[in-house]
Design a protein around this ligand. Structure first.
Ligand code: TNX
Length: 704
């Protein structure tokens, strides 16, 4: 025990003073590519790096994602022998003011300098203009960048594809035709073309909506301003009418009619109207930067969701997510008709939400140094005021915010602040690595319940959603024996065993499950009765029983059928987020970010797309039990907001289609075709995504 303690002190001393230099010079052999190469080390381990000199490095390519979202990086000297700058190599290196491209630079790939908003001077020493991807500078205003090229090469640059943008200071609108087939994600239920007429978008400019739809009117104004440049709204222009009619379908259903006279959006409720507006927004996405759709075909779209909840879970515990960035994510999700953001607010590595009665949780529990081999300071928490603001903001986009407070495991940060929460009041350091801790909340102590109830009571004032997530994962997996040596737990266990009522299923693998069930029953009862909330939790197969009125999440690889069976048996609702399809924290391909991880498998875009939320269980299951789909973004390896987006998108679009669209309307090639246009728009708006796979050539040829 003592030895472990000394080791912990030594480790914490080490991590208090993590070695990361501001100035780094590398020369000679440089490992580019492969697991944990030199770029990964610079990007993820040298968190403090501001100046990087690779001038003398033997490295002819800056590989894809090499220095992705290193916000502190100010100055980079590129290798003299450089030829290629890979995709997203400097994405969001927004402190970088200038860069010099060496004379041998041949190619600059997609989004290599995306979101480099601080860039002011770009000097190219290459006599022949390097091949420049059309979107190499997406999200970066190239009008603010001065391009310096070798004497005599100006003309060549002016004429070279991609480089013209540096010579034009004025934005010229490019008027475009809408695509033959509308590119809508998630795919709508039914699109019908009505005759051969068109609506000229230039005629639009009036919105007719009841005061009850004031919020949706605002959203529509935003769309019309962004897509068509309309800033003034007047009744002399053609109208877009917003209205509700509950008879048109289930919650969130809508109908969108376009004729030469105007547009009508009818929602089953305000959310439906909002989704009609989001569909219209996608119909207006141009192909080009500065493009504007000139004419829309007369058509009618009928659409409604297949499942109730389409959710993304984000994890600000392992690595903090700045408050404003949560808002950005909410707005982006809503475009694809996702309607819930699940906030994982507590874990072994941090506690991230202000609780007034327990101030130490954020004072002591929200800061640490290090996430596995990334020895950087990680701190931050959300105040209750901020969370109220987020809830209000998200509701404008019809997204609800679901808080998660884990129990009984994944709670080391809280235990660190209030040791009485665990058996024997052990003093535990906050966890700085991934993985699962053996220490749990103590189910045998009254303080645990007092604490949890206080926390949930405070949260009920902040989060208006009727759902609250209780965690429940990875705590009772044998051989975790934290509770076996605790006299309070053992006394409680005897009491449970003596009571026939609370006796769990006999197959339970060990007594931990009896204790966990007791704890869940007690908190679920409190949430139901005192706060009127619907508890959710991660399903573990040993639970056997799902308490009435709760929603479970099927998450473990290979165990979805067992979770579904339990949901059917207990007449419970279930969210599908099976690891095979929905773990968006896993790399999308081998070697993709995060290159170094705890042994994650991959989840490709196609794998995410292939999720059928009915899981082969048929219409009854779908109707009675299926609640929705969720994508998880555990952040052990996600060390910037741009990387959060990189992992989330485009896979979240595939997930939204799995959760929203009817199975018979879905096909992967069609999705990829639609994705191409939508992803182009995301990139131009500065939204970071992972790779966008090409549409298979044979399929692309068949497109009209
Ligand atoms: C398992 S999924 C966990 C998380 C980890 C994740 C990493 C779940 C309910 N628990 O604590 O962050 O794996 O993918």
């Amino acid at each position: 025990m003592e030895k472990i303690f000394l080791l912990q002190i030594a480790l914490s001393l080490l991590v208090c003073f993590p070695a990361s230099a501001q100035n780094i010079k590398r020369s000679g052999l440089f490992r580019c590519g492969g697991w944990n190469d030199d770029f990964r080390q610079l990007r993820d381990l040298e968190w403090n790096m501001e100046n990087l000199d690779l001038g003398e490095a033997e490295c002819d390519s800056i590989r894809p994602n090499a220095l992705h979202s290193r916000h502190r990086l100010k100055r980079v000297v590129l290798p003299t022998v450089l030829r290629i700058i890979g995709s997203q190599a400097f994405f969001a290196c927004d402190s970088m003011e200038s860069i010099v491209l060496p004379a041998g630079t041949e190619r600059i790939e997609s989004r290599a300098f995306g979101n480099c908003t601080g860039l002011r001077t770009l000097t190219s020493l290459a006599e022949t203009p390097p091949m420049l991807a059309e979107d190499a500078f997406c999200g970066t205003d190239t009008r603010k960048i001065r391009l310096i090229v070798p004497k005599g090469a100006e003309k060549a640059y002016k004429n070279a594809p991609g480089w013209q943008r540096f010579f034009t200071r004025k934005e010229r609108t490019i008027y475009e035709q809408a695509p033959e087939e509308p590119a809508i994600i998630p795919a709508p239920t039914l699109v019908t073309y009505v005759g051969k007429e068109f609506l000229h978008t230039g005629d639009l400019g009036n919105i007719a909506a009841s005061p009850l739809l004031a919020n949706e009117r605002r959203r529509l104004e935003e769309v019309l301003t962004d897509r068509l440049g309309i800033k003034q709204f007047s009744s002399s222009k053609a109208s877009i009418t917003l209205e509700t009619d509950s008879s048109i379908g289930r919650k969130e259903a809508y109908r969108l009619d376009i004729s030469k006279k105007g547009i009508r959006i009818t929602g089953a409720d305000a959310a439906g109207v909002f989704y009609g507006i989001m569909t219209l927004d996608q119909l207006l996405i141009p192909e080009n930067e500065n493009g504007r759709i000139k004419k829309l075909k007369s058509l009618s779209i009928e659409d409604s969701p297949r499942t109730t909840m389409r959710e993304l879970m984000v994890d600000p515990c392992r690595i903090f997510i700045p408050f404003d960035d949560l808002k950005g994510m909410v707005k982006e999700m809503a475009r694809y008709k996702m309607n819930a953001m699940h906030l994982h607010l507590t874990d072994d590595q941090a506690w991230r939400i202000e609780i007034k009665k327990y101030p130490l949780l954020t004072e002591k529990g929200s800061f640490r140094t290090g996430m596995d081999d990334m020895q950087m300071p990680i701190g931050g928490f959300y105040t209750q005021e901020q969370m109220k603001d987020l809830v209000a903001y998200a509701s404008r986009y019809h997204v609800e915010i679901i808080p998660e407070i884990e129990m009984p495991g994944h709670q080391i940060a809280a235990i660190h602040c209030y040791p009485r929460l665990t058996c024997g009041a052990m003093e535990l350091p906050i966890r700085t690595t991934c993985g699962v801790s053996d220490n749990l909340l103590c189910p045998g102590s009254d303080f645990t319940y007092e604490f949890l109830e206080d926390v949930f009571r405070e949260l009920a004032d902040v989060f208006t959603s009727e759902y609250v997530h209780l965690g429940g994962d990875e705590a009772g997996n044998p051989p975790l024996g934290c509770w076996s040596g605790c006299s309070d737990c053992q006394t409680l266990l005897k009491r449970i065993m003596a009571s026939a009522d609370t006796m769990p299923q006999p197959e339970a693998r060990n007594d931990n499950w009896r204790l966990q069930k007791y704890m869940f029953d007690r908190i679920i009862g409190f949430l139901h009765e005192e706060l009127g909330k619907i508890p959710m939790f991660w399903y573990e197969t040993d639970f056997h029983e799902i308490q009435p009125g709760c929603i479970v999440f099927a998450w473990r690889h290979g165990l979805t059928a067992k979770a579904i069976d339990a949901a059917i048996r207990c007449n419970a609702k279930i969210m599908l987020c099976p690891g095979e399809h929905c773990y968006l924290d896993y790399p999308a391909a081998k070697g993709d970010m995060p290159e170094v991880n705890w042994g994650m498998p991959t989840t490709s875009l196609e794998q995410t797309y292939s999720l059928d939320p009915a899981w082969g269980y048929g219409a009854d299951f779908e109707k009675q039990n299926l609640f929705g789909v969720a994508g998880t973004l555990w952040s052990e390896c996600i060390n910037s907001t741009e990387r959060l987006y990189y992992m989330a998108f485009p896979r979240a679009l595939a997930l939204s289609e799995a959760g929203w669209s009817q199975q018979h309307n879905r096909d992967y090639t069609g999705f990829l075709t639609r994705l191409r246009r939508i992803a182009g728009d995301m990139h131009r708006r500065g939204i970071c995504t992972g790779n966008i796979p090409a549409v298979p050539v044979t399929a692309a040829k068949q497109q009209p």
